[in-house]
Design a protein around this ligand. Structure first.
Ligand code: ADP
Length: 439
């Protein structure tokens, strides 16, 4: 599992270490150049001083040796100073035990001696030659020490910075632990928003998204509770009716009254079955997104099966019932849901149209958009009721017919799932048109 703390620590420490090394590298080379320049100037100064002293205090003896007994030049401030006569004899050498031959070159230069680089300044004077020299490594030791002295505190601070990062990140992640303990502590039904006070801006979008989800969940939960309560309430009416009809059947003495009671019981059972079926359909449509994948379907084909299925129902009422489809009617959707949608509209149209009326299912497309019209010559829907008829269990006239008040609620759900709009159009000659416009 990824740990932000460890991730930050690992990368920041790596970058810091790498950065320190890069800085040390540049410091080393820059310091080396500066030190070389400084000590090269020193060599020139030493030679110049010696020259001026020699003019006032000429060397008397031969092979004069300086006081230094050192066998190696390891200190950056130490130089080997030698003076040769015009004849090439050594007149003076600052270090008794260190030998460095007279170089043929003059001025400032670097030469190789004994496998090492030497920096030399050679000056011709009236008495001979003054040669000031120093091995390069004496200066490099100093440069390295300087770079190291800078690098050590830089490296030493890295663990401190690491500790600081560890603690700071831990502290900044505290709101997350606070949120998770707040979530842990709540009950399954608690949909209260998570307190977003004192939450860092980086975490705020997550808390806001979580709160939005909680809000949606609460709405869904409430809708489900309402649905269950409504369903239970609505089921009570047909069940009470069944109970009454059963009592009637039990008390009926003659065969004729028994037959009438059985008939009524049958109708009651049919109504209850229809209600349960509608409830089931609605419950299945309840989830926000339809689970079945949408496919390209032909609305004409679906409408044809609906018309075939309901033709008998229309014929009983002597209703002129037909399908009129033109153009392409292909849309992306779920065939079963669309069959329910057309079926409910047609069922309503037939039920709310008096005997001898007319019900038309019409399908057409314009600019690639398919429209479905279900038109009847029935009782019509008052303007004032149109806003409510899509609500669950709402019926304009509760006493009328054997409806459940769920059909249009199902239609509106399915239309929404297919991104379609539902419109009610009044017919001049009475009756209603339900228009479903697909996008
Ligand atoms: P129901 O099972 O009662 O038909 P719906 O949800 O399908 O339930 O319809 C709700 C109400 O809308 C119905 O009770 C009815 O009053 C009215 N309604 C629906 N369709 C029509 C229609 N084609 N003509 C007249 N009224 C209709």
């Amino acid at each position: 599992m990824i740990s932000i703390r460890r991730y930050l620590l690992k990368y920041l420490i790596s970058v810091l270490t790498l950065g320190s090394l890069v800085i040390a590298y540049f410091i080393f080379f820059h310091a080396r150049d500066e030190i070389n320049e400084l000590y090269d100037n020193n060599m020139v100064d030493i030679a110049a001083t010696l020259e001026s002293q020699m003019s006032v205090m000429p060397f008397a003896g031969k092979g004069l040796l300086g006081p230094s007994q050192r066998v190696k030049l390891n200190r950056e401030e130490e130089f080997l100073v030698e003076v040769w006569s015009k004849e090439g004899e050594s007149i003076y050498r600052s270090h008794e035990h260190i030998h460095f031959p007279l170089q043929s070159g003059r001025g400032q230069f670097i030469t190789q001696y004994d496998g090492k680089d030497w920096r030399v300044y050679s000056l011709d004077v009236p008495q001979g030659v003054i040669q000031v020299s120093q091995p390069q490594h004496a200066r490099d030791i100093f440069t390295r020490q300087m770079a190291l002295q800078l690098l050590i505190p830089m490296i030493a601070q890295i663990p401190l910075i690491g500790l600081f990062i560890w603690l700071t990140v831990g502290r900044s992640l505290q709101p997350l632990s606070k949120i998770s303990s707040a979530i842990h502590a709540r009950s399954a039904s608690s949909m209260e928003p998570i307190d977003s006070e004192d939450i860092p801006v980086e975490v705020l979008p997550m808390v806001q998204a979580l709160n939005a989800l909680l809000e949606r969940l609460e709405a869904a939960l409430q809708a489900q509770q309402r649905f269950t309560a409504d369903a239970a309430h609505e089921l009570r009416t047909p069940l009470t009716a069944l109970q009454l009809q059963l009592n009637l059947l039990a008390r009926s003495k003659s065969a004729e009254s028994r037959e009438t009671a059985i008939g009524k019981l049958q109708t009651g059972i049919d109504r209850a079955t229809h209600l349960v079926q509608q409830l089931l359909t609605l419950a299945r449509l309840e989830p926000e997104a339809i689970t079945r994948a949408h496919k390209v379907v032909s609305l004409t084909e679906i409408a044809k099966t609906v018309v075939e299925q309901q033709a008998q129902q229309a014929a009983v009422k002597n209703i002129d019932f037909g399908l009129n489809a033109s153009g392409t009617s292909k849309i992306t959707g779920d065939a079963e849901s669309l069959r329910i949608l057309i079926g409910n509209l047609v069922d309503n149209a037939i039920r709310y149209t008096p005997e001898g009326g007319k019900v038309d299912v019409e399908l057409y497309s314009a600019e690639g958009k398919v429209t479905l019209n279900v038109t009847d010559t029935g009782i019509g829907i008052p303007e004032t009721e149109r806003g409510r008829i899509f609500e669950r269990f709402y019926r304009v006239n509760a006493q009328q017919g054997d409806g459940t008040g769920l059909g249009l609620s199902i239609v509106s759900h399915i239309a929404k799932q297919h991104d379609a709009t539902v419109e009610i159009i009044s017919n001049l000659k009475g009756g209603t048109t339900f228009r479903i416009a697909f996008k």
